[in-house]
Design a protein around this ligand. Structure first.
Ligand SMILES: Cc1cc2nc3c(=O)[nH]c(=O)nc-3n(C[C@H](O)[C@H](O)[C@H](O)COP(=O)(O)OP(=O)(O)OC[C@H]3O[C@@H](n4cnc5c(N)ncnc54)[C@H](O)[C@@H]3O)c2cc1C
Length: 296
């Protein structure tokens, strides 16, 4: 392990001051499940590590008029078990339950996972499918970035020097919608997905597709929204044939990496298969009572 100085500020102002003072030599630490490994592997060698754990107010979950505000320091386990999340955003509770093992989920945080920018992670597809945004704070102010625009490249996000992700704003899925997150795990139950798909579907009274969002993980250098497939389904009857045709367009959106979980070609084929299954399962989860809330 490299030598570094550990700071444990108790306020965001102190965090901003340390990030300002030490610039690119500083990194914030949340759960440490990614950063510590990257430091041990000498992929990152910060001289100053700024722990966020003692900063109060960053680990709360709050139901608001527009949705749910999730503090960046909430652990993944907190999301999985929160009664507010289970009730208002069941897709998220189900998605976080699929991350690795309880041991990891007890340490890893919502914000740390997002800023890490690993395209194989589970939460980003579901968060993007729900239309979530990241709140970034710095000493020069705040900005809100839709998660759809947050991931720039492999392990690269829109977070700028001096910024801290403080919360994630997640709108509730529209009434009368169904949603699902599928993770293809051919190896072990605690692995990253070979591909993964989040889908949120709502339908009109005549049974046609009112709106749909399809977002894939492990299918490129960032999470990928399959807008071509969405456009092909929106407004159309939700028949097997139309779902199959829309899912087949996912192959034009993805650009997976070859790795030990499968070749790019195999992952592309699996992305189509899992997109179809996700659409079918999301559609089946639409409540029969049209004003009912989304269920997974
Ligand atoms: C064995 C193992 C298995 C795993 N399996 C899965 C899996 O199946 N699915 C999955 O989705 N993930 C998996 N993960 C990844 C895990 O989800 C991430 O490591 C975790 O989400 C990172 O969160 P953290 O709080 O530990 O971040 P940290 O390690 O503390 O930080 C990660 C990065 O984010 C930055 N950062 C952290 N918080 C903030 C903030 N609030 N503002 C600005 N920057 C910040 C840090 O500087 C660092 O660059 C696995 C990890 C391990 C170790």
């Amino acid at each position: 392990m490299i030598d570094f100085e550990y700071h444990h500020p108790t306020s965001l102002d102190e965090v901003f001051g340390l990030l300002d003072q030490h610039g690119e030599d500083a990194r914030v630490l949340a759960g440490g499940t990614a950063l510590v490994i990257q430091m041990k592997q000498r992929l990152l060698q910060p001289s100053h590590v700024v722990g966020l754990r003692r900063v109060s107010g960053l680990n709360t979950i709050e139901s608001t008029a527009d949705g749910v505000r999730i503090g960046a320091l909430c652990t993944q386990r907190q999301i999985e078990n929160s009664p507010v999340i289970r009730d208002e955003l069941p897709l998220l509770a189900a998605t976080f339950r699929k991350v690795a093992t309880p041991r990891i989920r007890n340490m890893a945080t919502v914000g740390g996972g997002l800023v890490n920018g690993d395209p194989n992670q589970d939460p980003p597809p579901s968060l993007i499918a729900l239309g979530a945004s990241a709140v970034l704070n710095s000493k020069s102010g705040d900005r809100v970035v839709p998660l759809e625009d947050f991931f720039i490249d492999y392990y690269e996000t829109d977070v700028q020097q001096g910024e801290v992700l403080t919360s994630v704003l997640v709108p509730r899925a529209p009434a009368g919608s169904g949603s699902v997150y599928l993770k293809f795990l051919p190896r072990t139950a605690d692995d990253y997905g070979t591909v993964s798909v989040a889908a949120v579907v709502s339908k009109e009274q005549d049974g046609s597709c009112k709106d749909v969002r399809i977002v894939l993980g492990s299918a490129g250098v960032t999470p990928i929204r399959a807008t071509g497939a969405e456009d092909a389904l929106r407004g159309k009857p939700l028949t097997d044939e139309n779902i199959r045709a829309a899912a087949s367009l996912v192959k034009d959106a993805v650009d997976p990496l070859d790795d030990f979980r499968g070749s790019a070609e195999y992952k592309t084929d699996m992305a189509v298969v899992f997109a179809r299954r996700a659409l079918e399962q999301a559609m089946a989860a639409i409540p029969s009572n049209p004003s009912g809330s989304a269920r997974v």
